[in-house]
Ligand binder design. Sequence first.
Ligand code: PLP
Length: 375
Amino acid sequence: MSINPKTTPIYQTSVFTFDDLNALEAYFEEPGQSYMYTRYGNPNNEELAQEINRLEQGQGAVITSSGMSAILTAVLVYAKAGDHVLCAEEIYGGSSSLLSQELTRLGLEVTYVPSAEIYALEGYVQPNTKLLLAETISNPMMVVTDLARLAETCHGKGIKLVVDNTFASPILTRPLALGADLVIHSVTKYLAGHSDVTAGVVIAQSEADAKRAAQIMRTWGLNLSPFDSWLAARSLKTLKLRMRAHAASALAVAQWLAQHPKVQAVFYPGLASHPQHELAQTQGNGLFGGMLSFRMADDQEAVNRFMRALQQIPFAPSLAGVTTSLSYPLGTSHRGLTRELQEKMGITAGLIRLSVGIEDAAEIIADLEQGLAAV
Ligand SMILES: Cc1ncc(COP(=O)(O)O)c(C=O)c1O
């Protein structure tokens, strides 16, 4: 009997067997040709890693259990106790908690760099500085980072650039081609895209860094389950189609919101009014992504009325699923920041973040219209 499945089956096993000692030796001598233990490697993780590596044009990718463990892995590739790490001030709240609350306890030093100073890094780099962590598109204000310029600055100062490309996805932007050393994703978001997987990935510019990331993933136990890898690999097959649909609907929704009398400001790189609109156009491959934020009156009761009036769009503190959802940065992702930093970043009581799904824009707009009518 010959069984030839068209798609990769789920290898839901924690361990693999060997016929004899020669097979064990072959495992060690020919890496990638067989498997021993799922924490070290599994065909489903491997399939997902290879596909993401191809999309990001890397020299190797490592799948991890979450976006957070991908960030941890990336930092540990370059930094150890006694080293100094730079981080863009506008960064996902979980990334700054990891750096400031956990990695500092292990002896890392962390400094945050405001957006205005990021391309010069004047006075920020110390002899023990190893890397800068930044996002392609920041959350929730959608500031677009000029990655080629940032990579030049970092390399000129002898440090590595690690880019969180979660908001853009490789369909918009490939940071390695622009000079980044490592790219990470919360695969939980666009790459998996259906709000049913938590996963992460690190993609490397060099084979040596990819190997080191794999070692860290295995030794710290940061691996993903085969089933979640299988789900994410399945989702990747529609990534390009989904990103185009997200971007088309998001642009139409952003344009509609921008002319609504109850909306004070819209933050979306696809609008001509966005400060990095032109950069976003070239760096985003003509697409601007599916994420946007907008500000209504800074009145939490009005925000509550808006949320309750929506029929289709749930308040769900995540993003990048195929159906539209909204989040509230002040109460969720940026809750832990000081009031001063929240205000500096523009995260006020009326700021709503919208993760535009792949529905037709008219459907999303109709729901937003009735929500705004209740404000
Ligand atoms: C930009 C960004 N990076 C990383 C993460 C962390 O990813 P995960 O929740 O998969 O651990 C998130 C989560 O929201 C995120 O938005």
